[in-house]
Design a protein around this ligand. Structure first.
Ligand SMILES: N=c1c2ncn([C@@H]3O[C@H](COP(=O)(O)OP(=O)(O)OP(=O)(O)O)[C@@H](O)[C@H]3O)c2ncn1[C@@H]1O[C@H](COP(=O)(O)O)[C@@H](O)[C@H]1O
Length: 141
């Protein structure tokens, strides 16, 4: 991962601008609505258990198998990323998110709890001196 230059900690770096550019062409919303709706759909599938539902079958396998599946998808995503396969990384990322959201449903976790955790983390970092901020990023990158 490239380290942001010291004089532009918050500015959009060139690589990030390149990443964001294709978003203008996408149909899906660029906010968390798609994840919220996925969570809601999986929750409904758990209750109604349609035979054709992948989610209903996944949840029926139990938490251990679900956690295992999430781990497998994460590894597949990492392998795609290391192979610089951009398209495969996108597809595997979607699989990771799907299996992660299914696990939230199983554990009774609402997406809002994750958004809160992420927001609080950001607020925390905003309040830290730049040197502490940089060491945090170094530890987590
Ligand atoms: N977003 C997803 C989604 N992402 C991934 N997957 C499934 O997860 C699978 C990826 O894992 P695998 O290939 O290992 O699947 P598998 O062959 O079932 O593997 P095993 O569990 O048998 O090991 C894909 O083949 C998909 O079937 C998904 N299945 C459903 N959704 C969405 O979930 C919602 C509810 O779908 P249903 O529950 O199918 O009605 C809908 O909005 C769907 O679009």
């Amino acid at each position: 991962m490239t380290t942001p230059k010291a004089d532009e900690p918050k500015a959009l770096r060139k690589a990030d601008r390149r990443l964001l550019k294709p978003l203008a062409d996408l149909q899906a919303s660029a906010d968390a609505t798609v994840i919220q709706e996925l969570w809601q759909t999986i929750l409904e599938r758990r209750a109604s258990r349609p035979t054709a539902s992948h989610s209903a079958r996944l949840l029926a396998k139990g938490r251990t198998r679900m956690a295992q599946k999430l781990g497998e998808e994460v590894v597949e995503c990492a392998i795609a990323a290391l192979g610089l396969d951009r398209r495969e990384t996108v597809l595997e990322s979607a699989d990771v998110i799907y299996h992660l959201v299914a696990l939230w449903v199983d554990l009774g976790i609402q997406p809002q709890e994750i958004w809160n955790a992420l927001t609080q983390r950001g607020d925390l970092l905003d309040g830290l001196p730049a040197s502490v901020d940089a060491s945090h990023h170094a530890r987590h990158s």
